[in-house]
Design a protein around this ligand. Sequence first.
Ligand code: NDP
Length: 393
Amino acid sequence: MIGITVLGSTGSIGVSTLDVIAQHPEQYRAVALTANRNVDRLFEQCISHHPEYAVMTDVAAAEQLQQKIQTAGMDIEVFAGVEGLEKVAALPQCDQVMAAIVGAAGLLPTLAAARAGKRVLLANKEALVMSGQLFMDAVREHGAELLPIDSEHNAIFQCMPERFNGLENGGVEQILLTGSGGPFRAVDPAELVNVTPDQACAHPNWVMGRKISVDSATMMNKGLELIEACWLFAAPPEKIQIVVHPQSIIHSMVEYVDGSVLAQMGSPDMRIPIAHSMAWPKRTSSGVKRLNLFDVARLDFERPDDARFPCLRLARAVAEQGGTAAAILNAANEIAVEAFLGEALGFMDISRVIEATLSDVSAQAASSLDIVLQADAAAREVAQQHIDRLTAK
Ligand code: NDP
């Protein structure tokens, strides 16, 4: 029986992970479930999945959950705070850790899983974007396995040579990272000034949490994925071409030096990469509806529009720059997206805040976790100042 800790179990990826686990009760079990504040959903998940541990980052929420669990007479230990997350990411009875907390909050527990030598199922791209080399070193030094959950990176992983040992050794010419272009791919740029959070979160193909949905609308999601792919596949940014593919059927491709292009396709449902990574190198069913190519009928491809989506240009520049630049970009993006979702900042101002923060906070070598966390904190403060200035007008 494979034990899984699901970090961020109440979110979109967390729920899909529990769905796959529940389809294979003889093979997988949830050892620990975690959330930030959503007591009711975590309690419901405790009733249906019987974990040994439940963690709420928010201390007051953890107390409420403890009360409910006690009243229900369930034998589940409740922890609070980041320490609780780190503890359940490293439990001896846990073989795999689904890293599905959103944003920088996932960095420390995901790193704890890598340091404990677990199979890390990485959905929380922000953790890898921020810590890059430090994270990859932790995986290697502690014998952890890193399997990408992002559908694009999971597709690339599936299209890479079986024993991947660098792009050149594998005869890889370039990676073709696909993206739908989000809800505003074809909208007149003049209209983007007034879009609302709900419009930005209405993704044409995927149902996701609100932060990643806004990232998809600005295409910062593709930018973060570019940086993520550089680390996962030891690829320089110039070897990664972003390809807009509105149908989200091809999840990414790998082009080889002989001209072969391998693609991974499937219905846009995150249970496919989740089931793939849980079972790898075997395969298991995911519960996803079979892809019907006759219904799909056509696949379209377009060049990305950097003028419409400035976040793409910013992310590529950061990928080339290296060091703490990616942590600064990520932090500024998180603060700007939060302000946009709270209706305190306009959609088009998101990239302005990020660009201004990148020019105000100097990047340096990301030689320790402390330096990365300092860059993250400094960028958050500066991004907030830019938001205050923009919204004071
Ligand atoms: P959601 O917003 O749906 O869920 C986020 C989860 O993280 C929730 O369980 C939430 O708990 C928890 N959380 C939020 N803040 C904190 C915190 N400060 N400390 C601890 N836990 C916290 O996000 P998604 O599931 O959409 O995304 C999760 C990650 O996966 C992101 O990094 C995203 O980029 C990535 N991803 C998502 C995809 C998708 O299809 N959704 C696709 C590919 C990657 P609570 O419910 O209590 O708030």
